[in-house]
Design a protein around this ligand. Structure first.
Ligand code: NAP
Ligand code: MG
Length: 471
């Protein structure tokens, strides 16, 4: 683990295995941080927060440092991508995107230190009133396994640009890029303890981190269930939280849409990253008159998604991330069958498939079925017909989630009537999936609280302080 600028084992001697998603072979042995290790990391982060080397670093130098880190990530992108592909099975095309996106996110945040302002306000005679944005302190960052390197950049970039320090916990199954990232940090002049990496499970390491009395914010990306638990724990001391949680996003195709383009995008929307993405368009609503035509186009598109070894250049979808996750995803095939849905495109799974799940589209689905309501997090979607805007908005919003949506139509008015009625944090029109660090990202309803990226992240990583000075 990387604590206070040093590589340290857990004194408890507890370790766990990191496993290759493709071969299921042992990759390496990692330290399992217990409460004692987490406490050490939080204390290191607190010391760094108060250290003049960090606290008093001027905005230009903080910016320069973030740019330097971004360059190192980019220079080492191939290695970082390889580590993520091994650990979570994503194709190299996907994990290269993670690494390059991570560099861009860090560059985005490098632009902020010189642009964080308070405001001066109306003042009484003989007084001066103004506000400042103060860093929060120690941020506990916890992320899932589905985009290890980019999630890391979102969390570390936001925290560092605002002058905070971080204790970062990657998912236990995908901790390699975080550790390599820490090695890259050692090549910079980042003061010791500003970024600390603790490895281990959510139950042990994560729990110790979110319950630690000296953290000022929890920045979490993961499931809605764990997000709710974090909110409960945070209520004890009103610890600041941002939660980026699950989704069950509607992908809406009207009869006047560019159907071939919509079909290509619909396939990408639930197959990218083997469907292990929070914004996946897993409920595909198609207007009745074009239902058959669209389903044929989508079936053709789905066949172009090659499933295989993450390191093969033609592979678009690797295996699922872990045995546990594979079992969970494939269990939904039984759920679907029992609820009366049928497979329109795809196939049942044999036992000798490794952790591969092939692109699967379910038909004869109603929006109240479990496969339409629960996040499956695999390359699986449901196609459902609709009649008009009122109906598709009602169905689209009939979910506990509200992370994203995509709307396809050539009619500008219809597009805007639909988007304004959808409860979703990000809505794409005639496209899907673009995410840039300039744009705020987060969820309505049970898809989260707060936003990451964009100018709003700066608010979520600082406290507003009001000053009234008697002159
Ligand atoms: P998860 O089970 O909630 O795990 C997320 C992280 O939380 C992991 O690091 C996990 O540790 C840790 N954790 C688990 N229990 C914890 C506890 N009691 N206290 C503290 N930390 C704990 O989610 P996942 O299955 O890894 O990720 C998939 C989920 O993330 C999906 O729901 C997906 O939609 C969501 N997601 C959301 C976004 C977004 O931005 N909205 C982006 C990507 C993914 P271990 O895994 O090491 O045990
Ligand atoms: Mg996990």
């Amino acid at each position: 683990m990387f604590i206070g600028g040093e590589w340290v084992p857990s004194p408890s001697g507890q370790t766990y295995d990191s496993v290759d998603a493709m071969t299921q072979q042992h990759l390496t042995t990692l330290q399992l941080a217990g409460a004692e290790d987490v406490d050490r990391a939080v204390r290191a982060a607190r010391r760094a927060f108060q250290d003049p080397a960090w606290k008093d670093m001027n905005a230009y130098n903080r910016s320069r440092l973030l740019l330097e880190i971004a360059d190192l990530v980019e220079d080492n992108a191939e290695e970082l991508a390889t580590l993520d592909s091994r650990a979570m099975g994503g194709s190299m095309a996907l994990t290269r995107w993670f690494a390059h996106h991570a560099a861009e996110v860090l560059r985005y945040y490098a632009g902020w230190p010189t642009k964080i302002f308070g405001q001066s306000g109306p003042s009484e005679a003989g007084q001066l009133t103004y506000t400042l944005r103060q860093p929060l302190g120690v941020v506990a960052s916890i992320v899932g396994w589905n985009g290890p390197m980019d999630a890391l950049a979102w969390k570390v970039g936001a925290a560092l640009s605002t002058g905070n320090t971080v204790v970062f916990k990657p998912a236990d199954s995908t901790s390699l890029t975080a550790l390599r990232f820490a090695e890259l940090l050692e090549q910079t002049s980042l003061p010791a303890g500003v970024v600390n990496i603790v490895t281990g499970s959510g139950r042990v390491t994560g729990e110790a981190l979110i319950t630690h009395p000296d953290i000022d914010k929890i920045a979490f990306t993961g499931s809605t269930a764990v997000g709710k638990h974090i909110m409960e724990v945070a209520s004890g001391r009103l610890t600041r939280i941002t939660l980026e949680l699950g989704g069950k996003s509607p992908f809406i195709v009207y009869d006047d849409a560019d159907l071939p383009a919509a079909a290509k995008s619909a396939a990408a929307a639930f197959l990218s990253g083997s469907g292990e993405g929070c914004v996946c368009g897993t409920r595909i609503f198609v207007q009745k008159s074009v239902r058959e035509q669209f389903a044929d186009l989508l079936a053709t598109e789905m066949k172009t998604w090659n499933v295989g070894d993450p390191f093969h250049p033609d592979t678009m979808m690797g295996p699922l991330a872990s045995r546990e996750h594979y079992d969970r995803v494939t269990s939904y095939f039984d759920v679907a069958r029992e609820d009366g849905a049928s497979i329109a495109v795809g196939r049942e799974h044999g036992t000798d498939d490794g952790l591969f799940v092939f692109p699967t589209l379910f038909d004869n689905v109603t929006n109240d079925m479990r496969i339409a309501q629960e996040e499956i997090f695999g390359p699986v979607a449901a196609i459902m017909p609709f009649t008009d805007t009122d109906e598709v908005v009602r169905l689209g919003n009939d979910t506990i989630y509200g992370l994203a949506a995509s709307v396809w139509t050539r009619d500008l008015s219809r597009a805007h009537r639909t988007t304004s009625a959808l409860q979703a944090g990000t809505v794409w029109v005639n496209t899907w999936g673009q995410m840039t660090p300039e744009q705020p990202f987060g969820g309505f309803k049970q898809s989260g609280i707060g936003r990451e990226n964009g100018y709003t992240a700066i608010d979520d990583y600082t406290e507003l302080q009001t000053l009234i000075v008697h002159l």
